[in-house]
Design a protein around this ligand. Sequence first.
Ligand code: FAD
Ligand code: SF4
Length: 512
Amino acid sequence: MAVLRPILADQLSPSLASLRDADRDSDWLLFCEVASEAGYVKHHQKKITLLFSAMRHYAEQLREQGWQVHYSRLDDPANTGSLVAEVARLAALLGCQQVVATLAGEQRLVDEMQSWQQHSGLPVELREDDRFLASHDDFVQWAAGRKQLRMEYFYRDMRRRYQILLDGDQPVGGAWNYDSDNRKPAPADLAAVEPLRFVPDAITSEVQGLVAEHFDDHPGSAEGFHFAVTREQTLEVLEHFIGLSLPLFGDYQDAMVEGEPWLFHSHISFYLNCGLLLPLECIEAAERAYRNGRAPLNAVEGFIRQILGWREYVRGIYWLKMPDYKTANFFNAQRPLPALYWGAQTQMNCLAQCVGETLDNAYAHHIQRLMVLGNFALLAGLAPSEVNDWYLAVYADAYEWVELPNVTGMVLFADGGVVASKPYAAGGAYISRMSNYCKNCHYKVKERSGERGCPFNYLYWDFLARHRDQLGNNPRLGMIYRSYDKMAADKRELIATDAAQFLTRLDSGETV
Ligand SMILES: Cc1cc2nc3c(=O)[nH]c(=O)nc-3n(C[C@H](O)[C@H](O)[C@H](O)COP(=O)(O)OP(=O)(O)OC[C@H]3O[C@@H](n4cnc5c(N)ncnc54)[C@H](O)[C@@H]3O)c2cc1C
Ligand code: SF4
């Protein structure tokens, strides 16, 4: 019996559950470039280039290995433009009697897959995606009966379960977490490691042309694309990171430097999330580097925590809390996303730098996403739905299962404290300490008010004052509220006036 086995753009892994019992002689593997997926939010042009090119390369490799592959190109006149219709059309065209697929990562697409049977008239088997290290059931069991779902405790369980960085049953070095060692600002003479850049081959060049033609109203440009697009190339990226950047990854994990978007980060989220790299191989490569004396513990533990801890944890939260999570809005924030997120001029240098790099590269590192772009969205009271749409569109690694908990939970505290125990809110001092952005800014980071006062400063206090009803009892904010209460009344008034004036200017589209 011929089985149609559709492979989604983020399922480019030979170990995929739906391929395990596939038969090279009778079954058909199906890849589709569909307009509905590429356009349901305006994905960055480099993200679409990455996924189409990686799919085309992978499909080609599978063909060379003797598989029967059908590839629906975006510009194929027969392409119906949606996954559900392509599955039905091609199952009939290729004479398949059954469809077997691996479940998509996000709710929207899972819902659509569940309608495939009805549309195709064929039996459809949907298998769990077991490329993650914690299944949905594992996470549900871990979460059951807990008052708080803190990542740190989940992470420790995962370390024990996968025997990562352990000496016996104890964490290597005696502590589970070395985060406090990982907060160094970058020195002025720091030489960042350049990312491994790949020259587009004929397949990628063709995709760049296609993307430029069909998605020219999407953010960014397909020009300058240099990401890896094959499994072999992504392994080179991993090796490049482990050998050159990992030793300093921990120290400068939170640092931000003008003109240096890549620093010592791994730049592997694009590949992990589309399946070209698998989480355990990255974790094991980092642990090997530590055991072989090639990288220090604070760096290796920090890196492993991001993948074994945060990545698995946010996915668990997503499925535990959907569908309500998508509309969570604890602070009832309603402000529309200002044009500066799309590159409109701003005098706030930190935002200008982080937005500019995001739009250029479809990448920004974690602290830029969290403490500049996210922090501003939180303090300015931007509507979670608009902020989520932006993050989902602009980053090449963005998929709802990972983007939504990071934005709604970590950045906006819109889930009321499921992910974070307090909002990640900060004034200009944090940005000044961790970056050199303030040196070239119109605003003065040390000034708390007035025309040249750094907006992060008064917006921070105003945010806390505005949401005292919701946050006043948070034990982690007690000291901060006491400092606020100690301020002279006229100072507090000035904060409220400066914040109100700034937000009015922002709303009216003025350059802030
Ligand atoms: C507001 C916001 C939105 C984000 N949206 C996404 C997203 O859409 N897709 C995405 O993959 N990551 C997202 N992240 C997490 C993180 O910023 C990126 O994974 C990271 O910047 C990717 O770059 P890197 O590969 O160089 O990561 P590194 O800094 O080298 O970290 C290594 C790996 O750890 C994982 N990781 C690190 N932090 C997180 C996290 N908080 N959640 C999940 N995985 C993590 C990633 O797989 C990453 O590749 C978001 C973070 C924030 C604050
Ligand atoms: S002064 Fe304020 S607005 Fe300017 S770069 Fe520093 S933190 Fe950003």
